[in-house]
Write a protein that binds this ligand. Structure first.
Ligand code: SF4
Ligand code: MG
Length: 321
């Protein structure tokens, strides 16, 4: 759970002056056990930053983060350490996150060597070897892969290695940051299917960050749409993706080529670029590009409000009521 979570960066220099980049700006949301929350929005909207904040891989600027009811907002590394096995991340760039000089088996086993059991006992080599066998089977890697090096594998196989590594300690929550975006389209489906199978068989909870709505539609049970550091719409995936209430969600959906995704409305072209998160527009952050904007929109920021169908949207003039 995040409560008015913010992550701001100071950018610039002493010479030119400093400014504040509001990467995540007051986000409150909950991820329920066993669900897949898809986090969508254009690049730079803060979705990766939000994912990293949720796992406390970075300090936060303001607000709170609760993990399984425990406040970890400002927990030290030492206090976070026993929780680390329960929360893991899978990154987009499967190559950069794997040390090229180490064998795949060692890479997957690393978390098992770093972390002890909950009772403080270290894992022995026999236990680690057995777990490696289980993990490679789980993600569909042949046993022989464990002796080889990352560069010997395709992008899809490397992502299997990353997933095995993330699952080594049997986490509850996995934040996956664009885990298939760097892969060929034909391989993407295989890896998305793997994520789905693992979620079901292991009862995992995912926060699945993606800019590709067709991927999110496949895997997410709920969707949160982000724009300029804020959530503008959140709710059940079917509801949000088939009958968006927020004009920004509607525009994102209309940009997806497959008619199977969402409503088959005409394409909504957004005017202008995404404004800078250093100086977001007044009132509704989307008003500079919104086809439905009215005078009120530039003056008053709309809060997320219940649309009566299990979804919330932040808009003065939602597309349906
Ligand atoms: Fe568009 Fe106004 Fe709604 Fe913002 S509040 S999304 S500008 S209609
Ligand atoms: Mg990102």
């Amino acid at each position: 759970e995040t409560r008015t979570l913010s992550k701001h960066y100071r950018i610039g220099s002493a010479l030119r002056g400093y400014r504040t980049l509001r990467a995540v700006d007051g986000i409150s949301l909950q991820v329920e056990r066993g669900e897949v929350l898809g986090l969508v929005g254009e690049s730079g909207c803060g979705k990766s930053t939000l994912g990293r904040c949720m796992l406390r891989l970075t300090e936060i600027t303001a607000g709170e983060i609760l993990f399984d009811g425990r406040d970890i907002s400002r927990a030290s590394d030492k206090r976070l350490r026993p929780l680390r096995p329960r929360m893991q991340m899978v990154f987009q760039d499967s190559y950069a996150s794997l040390n090229p000089r180490r064998r795949v088996g060692d890479l997957i086993a690393e978390p098992l060597r770093i972390h002890t059991h909950a009772d403080g006992a270290r894992r022995g080599e026999a236990e680690i070897a057995e777990r490696l066998g289980e993990l490679s089977h789980l993600v569909g890697l042949p046993q022989s892969a464990l002796q080889r090096y990352p560069h010997e594998f395709s992008g899809g196989q490397r992502q299997r290695i990353n997933i095995a590594r993330a699952l080594a300690l049997s986490p509850d929550l996995v934040v996956a940051d664009e885990p298939v975006s760097a892969l060929d389209v034909s391989i993407q489906a295989q890896i998305v299917n793997l994520f789905m199978d693992l979620q079901e068989s292991l009862g995992l909870t995912y926060v699945f960050v993606a800019h590709d709505l067709s991927v999110v539609r496949q895997i997410a049970t709920r969707v949160a749409v982000m724009y300029l550091g804020a959530v503008v719409e959140i709710g059940p995936a079917d509801t949000v993706l088939h009958s968006p209430a927020h004009p920004y969600t509607a525009a994102l959906i209309s940009a997806v080529p497959e008619p199977s995704v969402g409503v088959t409305t005409r394409r909504i072209t957004l005017s202008g670029d995404v404004p800078s998160p250093v100086s977001p527009p007044s009132g509704c952050r989307f008003h500079t590009r919104c086809p439905s904007a009215q005078a009120l929109c530039s003056m008053t920021a709309p809060a997320l409000q219940d649309m009566g169908d299990g979804r919330e949207a932040a808009c003065h003039f939602p597309l349906l009521t």
